[in-house]
Write a protein that binds this ligand. Structure first.
Ligand code: URA
Length: 210
């Protein structure tokens, strides 16, 4: 995957995203849509995985058929909203290992501080897909990628549902080697750091909190 930013403009993705943006969409429906859309985004973020061939017998003949080359995959959820993307992705790539990174913003320094980090072993030989639905300022996403790199990961992709131009720029500056896949890049961030038009607080929308 070469592009730094890929916007998945597939009609199914865009339709589901519109339903998710609508504030009238209830929690259970929002969660189901997130699961569906994450499967579709997983399809795009895994494009270009290394392939090899394996000899199989069809009912008619033998053939060298394409298979994934077996390099291990890891999904890393950036807590807590990243968890909403996991199930749909695991439907498509069930053998992927799963890690978690938790960060909070220090009220004084305004810098992201790690409160939890549990990553799969052999992270240096895995393709790591870090997931967070909202790429807003990009500060916590960039810090999460820092942690994943410190653990040894060398091949990382970032998957989100919605991005702000500011977040894309921040990630490009901090991690130009990490391609981003998203369903949309919205207009801007507001003064509270929400993506506009956005969909609100993704964690609150999916977990029914406020
Ligand atoms: N996180 C969210 O959940 N929503 C935003 O709009 C920005 C960050």
């Amino acid at each position: 995957m070469q592009e730094h930013l890929t916007v998945v403009d597939h009609p199914l993705v865009q339709h589901k995203l519109t339903l998710m943006r609508d504030k009238a969409t209830p929690t259970a429906v929002f969660r189901q849509l997130l699961r569906e859309i994450s499967t579709l985004l997983a399809y795009e973020v895994t494009r270009g995985l290394d392939m090899t061939t394996k000899e199989i017998e069809t009912p008619l003949t033998t053939m060298d058929a394409p298979v994934l080359d077996g390099r291990k995959l890891a999904l890393v959820s950036i807590l807590r909203a990243g968890n909403g993307l996991l199930d749909g992705m695991l439907d498509l790539i069930p053998s992927a290992r799963v890690g978690f990174v938790g960060l909070y913003r220090d009220e004084e320094t305004l810098k992201p501080v790690q409160y939890y980090c549990k990553l799969p072993g052999e992270i240096d030989s895995r393709l790591v897909i870090a997931v967070d639905p909202m790429l807003a300022t990009g500060n916590s996403s960039a810090a999460a990628i820092d942690l994943i790199k410190e653990a040894g990961a060398k091949d990382i992709r970032f998957l989100c549902l919605l991005a702000a131009p500011e977040g894309v720029a921040r990630m490009k500056e901090a991690h130009p080697d990490v391609p981003i896949v998203t369903a949309a890049v919205d207009e801007k961030l507001n003064e509270l750091g929400y993506i506009v038009p956005g969909l609100g607080d993704a964690g609150d929308r999916m977990f029914g909190t406020k």
